[in-house]
Design a protein. Sequence first.
Length: 406
Amino acid sequence: MNIMHDSLPFRVSRILDRAEEGRELSVLDGETLFAAEGETLDRLLRLADSVRQKTVGEVASFVINRNINFTNVCYMGCNFCNFAKRKDEAGAELLPLEEIARRAVEAAGRGATEVCIQGGLHPDIPASHYRDIILAIKRAAPQLHIHAFSPFEIWYASRKARMDVHDFLTELKEAGLGSMPGTAAEILDRDVRLRLTKNKLSTDAWISIIRAAHQVGIPTTSTIMYGHIDGPSHWAAHMALLRDIQKDTGGFSEFVPLGFIHSDSPLYLNNSDVRPGPTRAEHIRLHAVARLMLRGWIDNIQASWVKLGPVLARDMLRYGANDFGGTLINESISRAAGATSGQEVTASEIVRVIRSAGLVPVQRDTLYRPLKRFDGMDATGGQETLVPRTMQQQANIHSATREQNR
C-alpha cells in the first residue's frame, strides 16, 4: 500500500477546508493541490470559481489594447525564445519612433485604451530610446495608457544609462509611463533560470526592479511561464514569492499564467528533457491554485487567450480566472514560439466568449477600472454575433491539442 498516495485525497481535502475558511495557503499546500485529481480536483475547481465570484462577482473583464514590439533584435540568448534575431539577420527590425507613434494612433482610433510596448535588448539603441518611445506616443496619442518595458529591459537600459534603477524608472514615469508588464519572471528559481536564461536576469534582480517600480509609483503585472523544466514545487514557491512582494508593495495589478509554447522554441527543440508545454490539467490546476494562494492579495487572475487559445481561456473563467486579457493587435512574441492563435481577437469576439462562459463582460482599463459593461449587447453596440470562422478554427486547433494533453 502506498500510504502517501492513499492519503493524498484526504490531505488535499484538508487544505481545501482551510482555503474555504479563507486561511492563507503555504507553499507545501499549493504544491499538494497541484496533485489534485478526481473528486478533489472537482472540489478545487468549484472552490476556485466560488472564490472568484465572491471576489469580483459574476463578471469577466478585458482590455482593448495593442502590442507594439518595437524591435526583435536581441543578443541575450534566452534558451526558450524564438523571437530574437541578430541585427544583420533577415527579418530583423527596429521600428522608427514615427512608426511606433503611428501604430499607437491607429490603436486609439480602434478604441484601444492601452499600448503595450516591449522589445528585444538591441545592442545599438541608447538608454534614452526608452524615454523617447514614451514621449513619441504621448505626443501622438496622449490619452493612451502606456504599459511598457519588462524588468529585463529596465535592467538593460538602466545599466546602459549608468543610472540607479529607481532614478531611471522615475524618469520614465515622468515621461508618461503608466505601468510595466511583469514579464521576464519565467520561474523565480535560480536553477530553472540558469537553464532558461543563463541567469542573466537573476531572481534577485527581477524582484529588485519590480520593487523599485512599485516604490516609485509604477504598478506592474506579475507572471509565470510554466510547462518546460519546472514543476509544482516551483509553481507554488513562485506564487508565494509574488504574494510576499504584494504584501510589502501592493503594486501588482494582476497575475498572468503563461503556458510554455514549445513547438518552435529552441529550449524544446534542442533538449530532450524539456516538456512540450503544460497539459490541459496543469493549465486548469495552475489557474485554480493561483486563485486560492493569491486570494486577498492579487485578486485579478488573467487567462491568456494567446497561450491557451480562446476555448480553454474561456474555460479558465470558471476555474479561477476573472480576466480574458486584451485584444493584442500585432502580438508577435508568442507566435514566434509557435502559438497557433492569431494576432488579434476583437472586442466583440471577447464579449461573445465571456458571455458563453455564463459571465457578464466588462471592458476595463489597464488598472482594472471598469469602463463599460455589456448587458445583452456586443462591443460594437449591436446584438450578439457568432464567433467568426477564423476564431472558430483556432478553437478547433486548441480543442484537438487539449485532447492530446489529457
